[in-house]
Design a protein around this ligand. Structure first.
Ligand code: SF4
Ligand code: SF4
Length: 341
């Protein structure tokens, strides 16, 4: 694939954070759909993201690197590779589970209809590779058959994984009241001695009875922990707990949280996430400059039909020229407005 000469000049990820043009692709902290992940990383990398954020899983990291290696073969810049972990229970690190043999044969299967990842296809149960823990199916089952299972790594496993996969950056999902658990994760990360470009901290207000001032105190405590270990922060402010929503309302939550935290947050770039989508940029005034944005479920959903069509043709999207052109146009529609702000 030749480089697109109409594309904006590519800045490196640090320059993008400074300029406010950083865009991160979130592949999903528990998404293990390896074929899709390689294509997602290639596609959004070609569209110009600064970073791809994937599950802390060596097979997933290998798949992501296939996509990133392909970019380099095409003479395109390679985004940072980030892996996500958590210091406590978190919806991003769960998967749905049910026993399909219990399901009544005449069930209209609402679980299957609500799943945005096509992870439920009876008669099989939940496809663990595709489920990213959004939780939509849990209340959808009229019999209450669907439960959630925790997929977090413990701190020893986090340190071992980091030493093995050596990512450019790590994101730690945290929540109010978990500063001691956060410290433990940071100690485990630092103990692996892997140099990290940035340590992203993902945190939000929704679901917590907390004022912005109290959230900023939580972030300052995380900042002290990062400083002790010489790690450079990147604050990921989650307007909504999960990415993947499409309406302007969810985008507003992310922008509002950024506005509230901007005057209170510790040093380091502030990036929008959680509910971000194509509407997000239009909600910012011309003099408002967050460091950038992360796109998750929405970015995946718009291109997944093409990735699946490529798979049905027995190939990958990056090796199917017509599908690639269509997918790249969709990815660029999300990414480019941030690059030219
Ligand atoms: S609806 Fe969400 S939680 Fe349920 S199987 Fe699909 S991706 Fe997993
Ligand atoms: S909605 Fe419940 S009972 Fe029906 S197919 Fe899904 S898990 Fe089974």
């Amino acid at each position: 694939m030749a480089a697109d000469e109409s594309a904006p000049d590519r800045l490196n990820p640090e320059q993008c954070l400074t300029r406010g043009s950083w865009v991160k692709l979130i592949c999903g902290a528990s998404n293990q759909d390896l074929t899709a992940i390689a294509d997602l990383c290639a596609l959004y990398g070609a569209a110009g993201v600064s970073c791809v954020d994937v599950a802390a899983d060596s097979a997933v990291v290998r798949a992501a690197r296939q996509g990133l290696d392909w970019l380099e073969e095409c003479d395109l810049p390679r985004p940072w590779l980030m892996v996500s972990v958590s210091d406590g229970p978190d919806a991003h690190f769960r998967k749905a589970w049910f026993d399909p043999t219990r399901c009544p044969p005449d069930c209209p299967r609402p679980c299957e209809r609500v799943c945005p990842a096509d992870a439920i296809a009876l008669p099989a149960a939940v496809d663990n590779r595709r489920c990213y823990g959004c939780g939509r199916c849990l209340p959808a089952c009229p019999h209450g058959y669907i439960s959630e299972r925790d997929h977090r790594l413990d701190n020893d496993a986090i340190a071992a994984l980091l030493a093995d996969v050596r990512p450019d950056a790590v994101e730690v999902h945290t929540a109010p009241g978990r500063s001691a658990a956060f410290d433990d994760v940071i100690r485990a990360l630092a103990g692996s001695k892997v140099p990290l470009q940035r340590l992203a901290v993902s945190c939000g207000l929704e679901g917590h009875a907390l004022t912005p001032q109290a959230l900023s105190r939580e972030l300052w405590s995380r900042f002290s922990s990062l400083r002790r270990h010489g790690l450079r922060p990147l604050w990921q402010l989650d307007g909504r707990p999960m990415s993947g929503d499409v309406g302007a309302g969810t985008a507003r939550a992310a922008v509002q949280l950024w506005r509230r935290l901007s005057p209170l947050a510790p040093p380091g770039p502030l990036q929008l996430a959680g509910g971000t989508n194509g509407h997000t940029i239009d909600l910012l005034a011309t003099d408002e400059h967050p460091a950038g944005v992360a796109f998750g479920g929405m970015a995946r959903r718009v291109v997944m039909p093409l990735i699946l069509e490529a798979q049905a043709r027995g190939t990958a999207l990056r090796h199917w020229p017509e599908g690639w052109r269509r997918g790249l146009a969709l990815a660029e529609a999300l990414v480019r407005p941030w690059q030219v702000r």
